[in-house]
Ligand binder design. Structure first.
Ligand SMILES: [Zn+2]
Length: 442
C-alpha cells in the first residue's frame, strides 16, 4: 500500500485524457499536489491508502474548467451599464468608471470576488488582462487559483502609465516578481491592434519572447475593428498581426469573430490559440465567431467569459451550453459543435491555449490535482445516459460541490475554505454602495 495525501472517489471520473476515458466508480489518488493514479475505485483502494478521503458518491469528478479570457476585476462594474451600443457602453460608462475607481485596492478586492465566483462555477484556471495586475496576481494567489495574469498594454495614458513604455515596464516588473510562481504565470496583454501601434506590438512580442511568457490580445472582435485596421494599415487584423510577426503558439487571441477563410488558415498555421467569448459577443452584438470552421481548420479553441460588465457572469458551464446551441442554429447543423468538443474546449484545449497543457486540463498521472466534483443527484441531472451531454446541456454552477487547485481543497460542499467568503462579499457590497452613490450624484 502506497501512502498518498488524498483519495477522491466518484460515480464518474471524466479524465479528458487523449483517449477521453470516462471511469465509472472511479477514484483519483493525489500526493504532493499531483495526481499519482486515476483508475477504478477497487484498483485505487487496493494500492493506495490516504489520511483524507473525499466521498464522491452520486457525483462526477472532472478537470477544473479553464477560462481563457477575462478581466476579473470588472465584476465590480457588473450591471452598471447594459443594453447599449459598444461605443457608448465603453466610452460613456466603462472607461469613465475605470478612470474614477481603479486602484490597487479596488483591483485586489474585486479579483477576490471574481475568484470566488469562478471557483463556485468550477473554474480552476483563468487568463486575465487588466491594470494593477500585481494586485490581481496577489488576490488570486491568496485564494489559491491558477492564473495567467496579463499586464495591460495600450498606447494612451491611464492611471497606471503615460505610454506603452510605461506599461511594458509594469509588465516586466510583474514578470520578475511572478515568473517562478507555481500558480501565477505572468503575461503581456496588448489590448488590441487598434489601441497598440505596430511598434508597441513588436516590443511586446520581443519582451514576451525574452522572458518566455504568454502574449494576449483582443482580435477581430467587431466589424468596426476590421474596417479601422484596414484603413490604417491596408490589411485585415489577422494579416496585420502576422506581418508584424505577432501570431504564434504563444499568443491567446480573444474573440476572433470577423474572420475570412484565409485568416482561419493563418491562425491554424501559426498555432495561435483562440478564446471564444460567445456570451460577450452576443450581448454586445459583436457577431458570432466561425467556430465550426475554426474546428475544421484545426485552430486551438477554448472558452472565455470576457469581463463581467459584458457577460454578465464568469461561468464556463453556461458558455459551453450557449456556444453548443448557437453554433448548431447558425450552421443549421446539430453536429456543428458537440458536447464532447465543448468540454474539450473548456478543459484540455483551454490549458493548452495558455501554455499550461503539461500542468492542468485533464486528470492524468503527473498533472496537478485541479479537480472539480459536481453533484449528480439533482432533478435536472437524472437519469444520466451521457455525462458530456449533462455537463453541457443540463449542469449549472449550483451543482458544483468541491473544487481543488494544485491539490488544495478551495471549495468544500459549496463553502469557500481558502478565504473568508463573508468578508469578500461585504467588501463587494461596500464598493458597490460607493459606486452607486457617486453615480447618483453625477
Ligand atoms: Zn476582453
Amino acid at each position: 500500500m502506497q501512502p498518498v495525501d488524498l483519495i477522491i472517489n466518484a460515480d464518474y471520473v471524466l479524465t479528458m485524457d487523449q483517449g477521453l476515458s470516462v471511469i465509472q466508480q472511479g477514484a483519483i489518488a493525489i500526493k504532493d499536489k499531483k495526481v499519482v493514479a486515476v483508475s477504478e475505485f477497487d484498483e485505487i483502494a487496493k494500492n493506495y491508502s490516504a489520511a483524507k478521503m473525499i466521498n464522491g458518491q452520486g457525483k462526477v469528478a472532472f478537470p477544473g474548467l479553464v477560462n481563457t479570457h477575462t478581466h476579473a476585476a470588472m465584476v465590480y462594474f457588473r450591471g452598471l451599464a447594459d443594453d447599449l451600443p459598444l461605443k457608448v457602453w465603453l466610452e460613456e460608462h466603462i472607461w469613465p468608471a475605470e478612470g474614477r475607481w481603479l486602484s490597487p485596492e479596488f483591483v485586489g478586492d474585486a479579483v477576490e470576488l471574481a475568484c470566488l465566483e469562478m471557483i463556485k462555477s468550477g473554474i480552476t484556471t483563468y487568463a486575465d488582462m487588466y491594470f494593477f495586475s500585481d494586485s490581481g496576481a496577489r488576490a488570486t494567489k491568496k485564494i489559491g487559483m491558477r492564473a495567467v495574469i496579463g499586464a495591460g498594454i495600450v498606447d494612451f495614458p491611464t492611471m497606471t502609465g503615460k505610454n506603452a513604455d510605461d506599461y511594458l515596464a509594469n509588465a516586466e516588473r510583474l514578470i520578475m516578481e511572478w515568473k517562478d510562481d507555481e500558480l501565477i504565470t505572468p503575461s503581456i496583454a496588448d489590448h488590441s491592434a487598434y489601441a497598440c501601434s505596430p511598434e508597441t506590438l513588436k516590443k511586446s512580442k520581443e519582451r514576451a519572447e525574452k522572458h518566455g511568457v504568454p502574449l494576449q490580445i483582443h482580435l477581430s472582435e467587431t466589424g468596426w475593428e476590421v474596417g479601422e485596421i484596414l484603413s490604417r494599415y491596408g490589411k485585415r487584423p489577422v494579416a496585420h498581426l502576422d506581418a508584424l510577426g505577432f501570431l504564434s503558439e504563444n499568443l491567446i487571441a480573444a474573440h476572433c469573430v470577423w474572420l475570412e477563410p484565409g485568416e482561419i488558415e493563418m491562425l491554424a498555421k501559426r498555432k495561435t490559440a483562440v478564446s471564444h467569448c460567445i456570451e460577450s459577443n452576443l450581448k454586445l452584438a459583436s457577431g458570432i465567431a466561425p467556430v465550426p470552421q475554426m474546428l475544421r481548420a484545426g485552430v486551438c479553441l477554448s472558452f472565455g467569459t470576457d469581463g463581467a460588465a459584458s457577460n454578465n457572469d464568469l461561468n464556463i458551464l453556461s458558455e459551453m451550453s450557449t456556444a453548443a446551441k448557437v453554433h448548431k442554429a447558425m450552421a443549421g447543423d446539430p453536429t456543428a459543435l458537440s458536447a464532447k468538443q465543448a468540454v474539450l474546449m473548456a478543459t484540455r484545449w483551454g490549458a493548452e491555449a495558455l501554455g499550461l497543457g503539461r500542468i492542468t486540463g485533464s486528470i492524468e498521472e503527473g498533472k496537478a490535482a485541479d479537480i472539480v466534483i459536481a453533484d449528480l443527484n439533482r432533478p435536472h441531472l437524472i437519469p444520466l445516459y451521457d455525462i458530456y451531454s449533462h455537463m453541457v446541456y443540463s449542469m449549472n454552477s449550483s451543482d458544483i460541490a468541491t473544487v481543488l487547485v494544485n491539490g488544495e481543497v478551495l471549495l468544500e460542499d459549496r463553502k469557500l475554505i481558502a478565504a473568508d467568503e463573508a468578508d469578500i462579499l461585504a467588501r463587494a457590497v461596500e464598493w458597490g454602495r460607493k459606486i452607486r452613490e457617486a453615480n447618483t450624484r453625477t
